[in-house]
Design a protein around this ligand. Structure first.
Ligand SMILES: [Zn+2]
Length: 72
């Protein structure tokens, strides 16, 4: 599965009421991805938080990824 589909439009994102800005290139639109963090990884590190789902925003310009840990 490709990371991006060409039809997808990057969106502006707000985190805690502030517009998210790429820390690398200062761009302000992102592709949103939601993923389940790897359970094997969680087992390996023996940490509970790694079993939560995470949201990542991929900068539309430079592809830098910002991760946010979601709710359980
Ligand atoms: Zn960027």
């Amino acid at each position: 599965m490709p990371l991006f589909s060409k039809e997808e439009t990057p969106v502006k994102v707000e985190v805690h009421g502030k517009p998210l800005q790429c820390r690398i290139c200062d761009h302000d639109t992102f592709y949103k991805r939601r993923s389940q963090l790897n359970t094997q990884l969680a087992t390996f590190f023996n940490v509970d938080w790694a079993n939560r789902s995470a949201v990542c925003y991929v900068c539309a310009k430079c592809s830098h990824i910002d991760w946010f840990l979601g709710e359980k």
